[in-house]
Design a protein around this ligand. Sequence first.
Ligand code: HEM
Length: 134
Amino acid sequence: MSEAPNFYELVGGEAGLHRLVDRFYEVMDSEPRAAGIRAMHTNLPRANQKLFEFLSGWMGGPQLFVEKYGHPRLRARHLPFPIGESERDQWIFCMIRAMHDVGIEEPLMVQIGNQLWGVADFMRNQPEAPSAQG
Ligand code: HEM
């Protein structure tokens, strides 16, 4: 009996996920397009550790975040930060760039990107200003 490999296995397990999350914050720290969300982060090593622990469980690997901190309450934890469409898109930009940079193949990148887009969109807590065209 064999089950389909989950995202955790497909990105290369613990070592692969560390490479991805490390690259994600390097991109956030260096890309002018991500300057808005970079400025919200006061402690990148801490954010790195927590995103690694969260994604480990989210991708089907060890539930490191839940074991340490209990239910993620991810949306509530993000309420202190104003997150709108722009911030969501900056976050996804960093993640797509990071997946590309660590060599994740495109079909897997699209699958993970789509799922994470839903999570990032759920973090939005700002009403969007109406467009200039009305
Ligand atoms: C949508 C745009 C997002 C923005 C602007 C954002 C921003 C932030 C910021 C500023 C922090 C605090 C970091 C620090 O301690 O300095 C944080 C924490 C965190 N973020 Fe996000 N985030 C976003 C989306 C996401 C998504 C999609 C995930 C998961 C897939 C995620 C997972 C986490 C986790 C696990 C923490 C640690 C929470 C805690 O224990 O306090 N974030 N985020």
